[in-house]
Design a protein around this ligand. Structure first.
Ligand code: ADP
Ligand code: MG
Length: 444
């Protein structure tokens, strides 16, 4: 699959060579794929908007190359560039930029006035979009007569009037109350899923991260991490940080069984894995014996309960005693392999649970509230936003009981570099204890 956008060694420096030089973006390399929903995330000033505007061609003070559908943006002829802005990308901003003196319907059709499209057709498309966004009744009103959320819907309708492939949104819900913000985010999600739009969204609000297929974490003008939430086109994109403990082989299988969820793959794999495990020991055995091992290993994998003794007993005790009579060394090897595979399947299931829980974005504010409360209660200051996001995730996981109390404490204690929150041991212990009390409802 070819990327719809490719960014190659992008650098943006303001006031180059002056005392107040700002390196807004440094060495950005990134590929975005058709129908992906990508979020640029990071603290204020980290370069999110600059990156978005560079891709849209609005920021021209760039070094490096940006390719749109394989063509270098800086080599676009005038007509190509116009077409790019009119028909390939749609932009949505935090400030809605609606024209106050034009009706809602006219604001929406504005980008089409410059195209060779009849008035009637323009109006019909505008009304369809307004209808889709639930603001058809407001068509004849002026923007000021609408609520903030409604205005943003109109602005999104406008960005879609020319049916662009790519939607770019810079903090589109930054000015909205949380209910309207959620509605607008859901709209963007459905545009991505149902209308197959590629969506690039800039936000500094971690509550929305689960909407994206991939989240690009920016800091001081650099990409510091890319996290994959979901797959697009059934293609699991490379994650910057390798998933721990999952064998290359399993990773490959995930890529092959593209339409299935990790645990579905896990289940599907079980019979296959069982066969694979025993294949080493098959030489010289009858079909009946092979079937027997197959079933036994499959059962073991299915239950997920692994007991080395039982397995070893089965593998190396005499055939007459219901075993396989395998030599000890092969038996140990196979038993170890089974153990490893069970571990892998468990990891897959855990990951899936986490993703599922992450998808419920409406727990976002609750999580943040708990985090605030915990930090304040022990007068802890965390400024590293990765640490904060890890903290949020740990709270979510603990609340969903995906993570137990000890694991929660350990996550708080672990350094940020190793994927933790980076609290000191004693603080981590205190916070974890308070978290348990919170779960029990002792603090409101
Ligand atoms: P974000 O959108 O993540 O908040 P920006 O991309 O707007 O960050 O800004 C990144 C850095 O570049 C900031 O330090 C900002 O002050 C600076 N910057 C952005 N635009 C300009 C500009 N036109 N002139 C000078 N500095 C700029
Ligand atoms: Mg910005």
């Amino acid at each position: 699959m070819d990327p719809i956008i490719k960014i190659d060694k992008l650098n943006v420096t303001y006031f180059m060579g002056k005392a107040n030089e700002v390196r807004a973006l440094s060495d950005i390399n990134l590929e975005i794929f058709p129908e992906e929903f990508v979020i640029f995330f990071g603290p204020s000033g980290c370069g999110k908007s600059t990156l978005l505007y560079s891709i849209s061609g609005l920021e021209t003070n760039i070094q490096g190359d940006i390719y749109i559908e394989g063509k270098n943006l800086s080599h676009f002829k005038k007509a190509e560039y116009l077409n790019f802005h009119r028909s390939v990308i749609g932009m949505i901003f935090q400030a809605f930029y609606l024209i106050g003196s034009l009706t809602v319907a006219k604001n929406v059709t504005l980008p089409q006035v410059f195209l060779n499209i009849g008035k009637k057709e323009r109006r019909q498309r505008a009304m369809d979009l307004l209808d889709y966004f639930g603001v058809k009744a407001q068509a004849k009103k002026l923007p000021a007569e609408l609520s903030g959320g409604q205005q943003q819907r109109v602005a999104i309708a406008r960005s879609l009037i020319n049916d662009p492939k790519i939607l770019m949104a810079d903090e589109p819900v930054g000015n909205l109350d949380s209910k309207s913000a959620q509605d607008v985010m859901d709209l963007l999600k459905s545009l991505n899923e149902k209308q197959k739009k590629t969506v690039i969204l800039v936000t500094h609000n971690p509550a929305f991260l689960s909407y994206a297929h991939r989240v690009v974490y920016l800091k001081d003008g650099r990409i510091i991490e890319i996290r994959v939430n979901r797959q697009v086109h059934g293609v699991r994109l490379e994650q910057a940080e390798a998933r721990p403990n999952i064998s290359k082989e399993l990773e490959l299988l995930i890529k092959t069984f593209t339409s299935l969820s990790p645990s579905q793959i896990g289940n599907l794999l079980i019979p296959f894995k069982a066969k694979q495990i025993v294949s080493e020991a098959l030489i010289g055995m009858t079909t009946e014996e092979i079937d027997k091992i197959d079933k036994k290993v499959e059962n073991l994998l299915m239950t997920g309960i692994y007991d080395t003794d039982t397995m070893m007993q089965f593998l190396d005790s005499e055939v007459e005693k219901g075993g396989l009579g395998m030599d000890k060394r092969s038996a140990v090897k196979i038993a170890d392999k089974v153990k490893e595979i069970i571990k892998e399947i468990k990891i897959l299931e855990e990951e899936e649970n986490k993703l599922r829980f992450k998808a419920t974005a409406d727990t976002g504010s609750e999580v943040m509230e708990i985090r605030h409360y915990l930090l304040e209660a022990f007068d802890i200051k965390i400024s590293n936003f990765l640490a904060l996001e890890t903290f949020n995730q740990a709270i979510r996981d603990r609340m969903a009981n995906i993570m137990d109390r000890d694991a929660f404490r350990a996550r708080l204690d672990l350094s940020v570099k190793e994927g933790g929150v980076g609290l000191d041991k004693r603080t981590a212990k205190k916070v974890a204890k308070r978290m348990e009390l919170l779960i029990l409802g002792k603090y409101k």
